[in-house]
Design a protein around this ligand. Structure first.
Ligand code: SF4
Ligand code: SF4
Ligand code: FES
Length: 247
C-alpha cells in the first residue's frame, strides 16, 4: 500500500493558472482521503497561501464544492485517488485557487419576490415535495452542464445583464428549486406563487424543454420535482415549438 498519493491541484493567482502536484501523506493504513483532507494538508505543509473554502465538513453547508477530474464534487465528501486533479468549479468565475464567486447565483432572487406575498399561518402543512427540496445545501454542483446557466457565459462580452455582480441574468437548477419551493410553500400567497413562476420563465425556463441535465450533488430529484413541475405550470407561456416538445 502506498503511504502517499499524488494529486494535481490547480491554483490561480492574479488570473494566472498553475498546477501543483501535491504528495499527500496518508495518515493511516488504506486511507482514501477526501479532497478537503488533501487541501488542508497541502495548505498546512506545502502551500500555506492555498485558497479554498469549507465550513461544516459534514456535507451540510455546500461551500466546499470543487471539481475533481472535471466534475463537481463536495470536497468534504469526495474521496480522491492517486493521479486525481482538483480544480475550482468550472461553472463560476474563479477568485483565487479553489475559491469561486458564488454571489451571482444568490443575487438572482434579490428583490424579485415581495416579502408581503407571504402569509403567517403556522397551522398549515407543507406538501411532501416541499420537504424533499429543503435538502438543498446550496453547493451549486447542479450548475454543471446546465444550458440555461451557460447562457450567462455566452452573452456578448461586457453584457452587464449576465455578469454576477447584480445577479446572473439566466437561471440554473438551484434557482428553479428555490422558486418551486415558493410555489409549494403553504405560507406563500397565490400572488407570490404566480410571481415565482413568472420569475422561472424570465430566468430562461424554456432552456429546460428536452434538456437531459439537472443532476443534484445530494440526490434531489430536480428533474421530477422541480423542472417538470415548472414546465407543466408554465405550459403555453413557453415558446410554442419548445412547449410542444416532450420533456
Ligand atoms: S433541465 Fe433546465 S435547469 Fe436543469 S440542467 Fe437543463 S436547462 Fe438547466
Ligand atoms: S439543488 Fe442539489 S446540486 Fe443544486 S445547489 Fe442544491 S444541493 Fe447543490
Ligand atoms: S464543508 Fe460544508 S459541505 Fe463541505
Amino acid at each position: 500500500m502506498p503511504d502517499s498519493l499524488k494529486v494535481d491541484i490547480v491554483t490561480t493567482r492574479n488570473g494566472k493558472q498553475d498546477v501543483v502536484t501535491y504528495d499527500y501523506q496518508t495518515r493511516f493504513d488504506k486511507e482514501r482521503p477526501m479532497a478537503l483532507d488533501v487541501l488542508l494538508q497541502a495548505q498546512a505543509t506545502a502551500i500555506p497561501d492555498l485558497a479554498f473554502r469549507y465550513g461544516c465538513r459534514a456535507r451540510n453547508c455546500g461551500v466546499c464544492t470543487i471539481d475533481v477530474n472535471g466534475k463537481p464534487r463536495i470536497a468534504c465528501r469526495a474521496r480522491v485517488r492517486d493521479g486525481d486533479r482538483i480544480e475550482p468549479m468550472a461553472t463560476l468565475p474563479v477568485l483565487a485557487d479553489l475559491v469561486v464567486r458564488r454571489d451571482g447565483i444568490a443575487r438572482q432572487m434579490k428583490g424579485r419576490l415581495a416579502s408581503a406575498q407571504r402569509t403567517n399561518d403556522l397551522n398549515v402543512e407543507a406538501p411532501e415535495d416541499y420537504h424533499a427540496l429543503t435538502a438543498c445545501i446550496e453547493c451549486y454542483a447542479c450548475l454543471d452542464g446546465c444550458p440555461m446557466h451557460a447562457r450567462n457565459a455566452d452573452a456578448p462580452a461586457g453584457d452587464a445583464a449576465s455578469a454576477p455582480g447584480d445577479g446572473y441574468r439566466w437561471g440554473n437548477p438551484f434557482s428553479l428549486l428555490k422558486l418551486q419551493m415558493l410555489r409549494l410553500d403553504p405560507c406563500v400567497t397565490d400572488a407570490g406563487k404566480a410571481a415565482a413562476l413568472d420569475h422561472a420563465v424570465d430566468l430562461g425556463l424554456d432552456a429546460c424543454v428536452g434538456c437531459p441535465g439537472c443532476k443534484c450533488g445530494v440526490g434531489i430529484d430536480l428533474k421530477g420535482k422541480v423542472v417538470k413541475e415548472l414546465l407543466n405550470a408554465a405550459g403555453d407561456r413557453l415558446p410554442p415549438d419548445e412547449a410542444a416538445a416532450d420533456n
